[in-house]
Design a protein. Structure first.
Length: 64
């Protein structure tokens, strides 16, 4: 990428006034990183939701 700096977590491009960004390199690369990050978070949320459901089922069964 032609960016001088990047963001902390996803390493997305942060451009300086003298940078020359490209659509195919910089923009598409950033969109891919965002998509990957969102998909990863979605998978973790789905997994945690299943774990919570299992714990609730186990807790309800223990009360009986």
């Amino acid at each position: 990428m032609s960016a001088t700096n990047t963001t902390q977590f996803l390493q997305l491009p942060l451009f300086a006034a003298t940078d020359k960004p490209t659509w195919l390199g910089d923009f598409n690369g950033a969109m891919s990183k965002i998509d990957t990050g969102v998909a990863s978070n979605n998978n973790k949320i789905t997994e945690q939701t299943a774990q919570i459901a299992c714990l609730l089922y186990t807790s309800d069964a223990a009360d009986e």
